[in-house]
Design a protein. Structure first.
Ligand SMILES: *Cc1c(COP(=O)(O)O)cnc(C)c1O
Length: 507
């Protein structure tokens, strides 16, 4: 790494003198050729494709109509309040809200969760005098809760989940509640395994101790109610469940809005008040920010509003049915595939499976085969499918994760055919291994005290060095992920931080 020359004389590419619009747009489109496709149902993570003609164009036009409006001040731009109130109202109507329910439109699930945790922290401080708050979480709660705890100074108390169902254990959660608990969390469903936690029992335990309970329905909130409408059995999980005091739901997932759209709901305005930040102690305009951002685009609520209005109740019910059909088909195919083991009983939408060590006759005692699993992910990627690898955690097996959307319905058959072929190829490959000398060495390192040279050395060894291909990403991820899986959590986090830092790096 070159030290930065003194005086900032390094030659970073500056802006050109100005270029024609057509040329710029062509370059933007060309930049995307290396990206995974966001439409067409072959990318089973990160993207939500309703598969409906004209929806993307509608969202883009709605965004454009509001792109210059500043959502910071609804007294200057009253349209923003109208759009947000409609969105929050639709979420409250769908998710068991009462006449007292209030909420906020946010930029995504992470922001909704940050705000729910801040609200709980400040509520616990002001109503119960809690100065050293804890956040009680099932091990499967989304990482955004850990981010919120880290940002906002809460201690996360992580409770193991049931090792067979992957659901939160309400007895263990109840035992983890203390006078310091500001918030208890349940997921509907969890991202990792797509199973719904026993919300009623968890919320009841929280209410008995006068503690708030948040339901993370970021991914399930716009799907589960419509699955119920389509005739599927869905247990109660929303604000109608006694003891549930807040809930997050992402419109940019199964609401099919473009990214940057979520809603956080609260029992009442008195609770939501703790979310707001107001400041009058400076000479500028008096600040009231309901969310993290100050200036924010009204294009985001506008596009979400347009998409929700356009799809409507019947549309969402039909789309949920398509997701459930895709999910049924996939689960049936996976369960019929030798050595493949589906984790838990996924509710619909999300499916995680692992691959068991071949040749062990008693399948209940067969261990996951991480090498085979990661080879399989690479083999599938070569065949044009993206399945999301998830590493092992605290006794829970490593797995491949699929997000099913309506656009994937017609893809599940071909996916299963390719999966069988990819498994055969993966079995024929030499197993991935991690050099025990390296893992032993790594285990003894202090992740926070590594020097830049040490970091560069480990990244290069892991195949994530500067010269390992496009943007430092190797062609096959199996060796990298295999090594990561074996490293201690904190070291994993440090290396990933450095790796992503190397992707976003000026050269
Ligand atoms: C997606 C998701 C989140 C985080 O949301 P972002 O929109 O990615 O910030 C939180 N919880 C669950 C269950 C999710 O699926």
């Amino acid at each position: 790494m070159q030290p930065a020359p003194a005086g900032g004389a390094h030659e970073h590419p500056a802006l050109p003198t100005g270029r024609p619009a057509a040329e710029i747009l062509a370059e933007l489109k060309a930049l995307r050729t290396a990206d995974a496709p966001t439409r067409g149902g072959r990318t089973f993570a990160y993207v939500y494709d309703a598969g409906r003609e004209g929806l993307d164009e509608l969202a883009a036009e709605a965004y454009a109509a509001y792109a210059t409006v500043n959502g910071l001040d609804p007294t200057v731009f009253p349209s923003v309040a109208r759009l947000e109130n409609d969105l929050v109202g639709a979420a409250a109507a769908l998710l068991g809200g009462s006449a007292r329910t209030q909420g906020t439109f946010t930029s995504g699930g992470t922001e909704s969760i940050l705000l729910a945790v801040k609200t709980a922290r400040d509520h616990a401080r002001s109503t119960r005098g809690v100065s050293d708050p804890q956040l009680v979480l099932p091990a499967t709660a989304h990482a955004a809760f850990h981010k919120a705890a880290a940002y906002l100074g809460l201690e996360p108390v992580v409770v193991p989940v049931d090792p067979v169902t992957y659901k939160a254990n309400p007895t263990a959660i109840t035992a983890a509640i203390t006078p310091r608990t500001a918030l208890v969390v349940a997921s509907a469903p969890s991202y990792a395994h797509g199973v719904v936690d026993p919300v009623a029992r968890i919320a009841e335990a929280a209410a008995e101790r006068d503690v708030l309970c948040h339901v993370d329905a970021c991914i399930g909130g716009w799907l589960l109610p419509y699955l119920r409408r389509a005739g599927r059995e869905v247990e109660p999980f929303d604000l109608s469940v006694p003891g549930v005091t807040s809930l997050s739901v992402d419109l940019h997932k199964y609401g099919y809005a473009d990214k940057g759209a979520s809603v956080v709901l609260y029992r009442d305005a008195e609770l939501r008040r703790h979310q707001y930040f107001a400041h009058a102690g400076w000479p500028g305009y008096p600040v009231v920010n309901p969310t993290v951002q100050g200036t924010k685009s009204a294009g985001l609520p506008a596009q979400a509003w347009a998409v929700l209005q356009h799809i409507g109740e019947d549309g969402y019910t039909a789309l949920a049915e398509r997701v459930a059909t895709a999910s049924d088909h996939l689960l049936e195919g996976l369960r019929a595939t030798p050595d493949v083991h589906v984790l838990g009983e996924p509710e619909a939408g999300l499916v995680a499976f692992t691959v068991l060590t071949p040749g062990v006759p008693d399948r209940t005692s067969a261990a996951p085969d991480l090498s085979l699993l990661l080879h399989l992910a690479d083999e599938m990627r070569e065949r044009g499918w993206y399945l999301q690898p998830q590493l092992s955690f605290d006794g829970l097996p490593p797995n491949l994760h699929l997000t099913l959307t309506p656009a994937t319905v017609d893809r599940v058959g071909p996916l299963l055919t390719d999966l069988a072929a990819a498994l055969t190829s993966a079995r024929a490959l030499p197993p991935v291994t991690a050099d025990p000398a390296l893992t032993d060495l790594a285990a003894g390192l202090d992740p926070d005290a590594l020097t830049p040279d040490e970091i560069a050395g480990i990244l290069a060894f892991a195949g994530l060095g500067e010269d390992s291909g496009t943007g430092g990403l190797p062609e096959r991820m199996a060796p990298v992920l295999f090594l990561l899986d074996a490293l201690p959590g904190r070291l994993k986090e440090r290396l990933l931080t450095e790796f992503v830092g190397s992707v976003f790096r000026l050269r």
